[in-house]
Design a protein around this ligand. Structure first.
Ligand code: GLV
Length: 387
């Protein structure tokens, strides 16, 4: 058995254990995947300042995100189809998150429904909403999230239209998977995955099936997205949704200073600087390059969170030092889930925590409150001069 020392170990195990269709769904970006790649390679350009002979005892990574105490500034990102990566995946990931003391975000396009996750967890989770054309569905979705005790909603703003990921089309991605000869041949090599999947009743889009009318084929993500998602979404509609919810709101998918300012104007509580993990606008700036200007523009008026490219606690620390007050991890937890179920998600969180804590110490800081831009060496022109 491999000794798991880094997130990459989990990814390798995940790749062996989960059908190709779902591995590819997770591990892909749109079109040429430039933004997907740069989300991680741009992190590598930033270095730390090593400091020594500073008392390193009594360290803590605990902070608050959205007024909620967390063990470290990390939340599990909303990831569609998580329950296809491992049977009952959303429930398992939510449990790992609550035991660790970080927020879990349930995707609208989850396999386990809001009610199901609430019934199998003890703490409130965050709920991510896609903006759909069907207003009745949206009202019911928000009411269901309220009834389930969700403590915030995350409105995804960067998926009004679907960025093409070639592999999903080639693999015929769907939930439950269509049993084509190629898919069957591949699944036959993923016995553990298949047996668990056969034993669970949760195999379709739990928040949608039986709740949305006029959805002809909810199994096909891209077809359903094209049919149901509200391509007309604008800031007035965002305002309406904020009012409809009436609680804490995080706007996800902000990559531009002008949009960050709009998010402040409409009264959001937080934003997530994100390019959807490089899955939407290929050729967009990496999130980590976009972060500093957004923090400069709105960081004193709104809580700025970050996602896209986090694969380690070192990445979390870099984002924190550049002003992010929380990081969402998507792929990093899905690797753990696909590799080892709930224990794998816990392992991913432990790895990230250890890396964060040790790196903070070696930079000469004991708490995240003491960490600022000063711990970093950022190459000149890192953000880029774009005209
Ligand atoms: C959905 O949000 C996706 O990126 O597939």
């Amino acid at each position: 058995m491999t000794v798991i020392t880094e997130i990459e170990d989990l990814r390798r195990l995940y790749r062996r254990r989960v059908p190709k269709m779902f591995y590819d769904y997770c591990e892909t970006g749109s079109w040429s995947q430039q933004t997907f790649r740069e989300n991680t390679t741009d992190f590598d350009q930033i270095r730390f300042r090593q400091r020594v002979a500073i008392d390193m005892t009594n360290r803590s990574t605990a902070v608050e995100m959205l007024g909620q105490e967390v063990a470290m500034p990390v939340a599990l990102a909303p990831v569609g189809l998580t329950g296809m990566q491992h049977a009952d995946g959303e429930i398992l990931a939510a449990r790992a998150a609550e035991n660790f003391g970080v927020p879990f975000t349930l995707s609208t396009l989850s396999i386990c429904s809001i009610e199901d996750v609430a019934a199998h967890t003890r703490k409130p989770f965050w709920f991510q909403v896609y903006t759909l054309k069907d207003d009745d569905f949206m009202q019911r979705l928000m009411a269901r999230a309220h009834d389930a005790g969700c403590s915030a909603i995350v409105i995804t703003l960067d998926l009004q239209v679907h960025g093409q990921r070639h592999k999903d089309l080639k693999n015929g991605l769907s939930a439950p998977p269509k049993l084509t000869p190629a898919a069957l041949a591949n699944m036959a090599t993923k016995i553990g995955w298949g047996l668990k999947m056969l034993r669970t009743p949760r195999r379709g889009f739990g928040n949608v099936i039986g709740h949305a009318e006029g959805v002809s084929d909810p199994s096909s993500l891209s077809a359903w997205t094209a049919e149901a998602f509200d391509a007309a979404l604008d800031w007035d509609r965002v305002r309406q949704l904020i009012d409809m919810w009436g609680g804490k709101v995080i706007l996800k998918g902000i990559l531009d200073v002008e949009d960050a300012k709009k998010a402040v104007e409409v009264g959001a509580d937080a934003i997530v600087v994100s390019n959807h993990g490089g899955r939407q606008l290929d050729g967009a700036l990496s999130s980590i390059r976009a972060l500093p200007a957004i923090v400069d523009a709105v960081g004193d008026r709104i809580e700025v969170h970050f996602d896209s490219g986090i694969r380690s606690g070192q990445d979390v620390l870099k984002a924190w030092a550049l002003g992010a007050r929380g990081c969402m991890i998507g792929r990093a937890f899905v690797y753990g889930l696909g590799a080892m179920g709930q224990a794998g998600v816990t392992r991913a969180l432990e790895l990230i925590h250890k890396e964060l804590d040790t790196t903070m110490a070696l930079c000469g800081r004991r708490t995240l409150a003491d960490v600022d831009r000063d711990i970093l060496l950022v190459p000149e022109g890192f953000e880029g001069r774009w005209a």
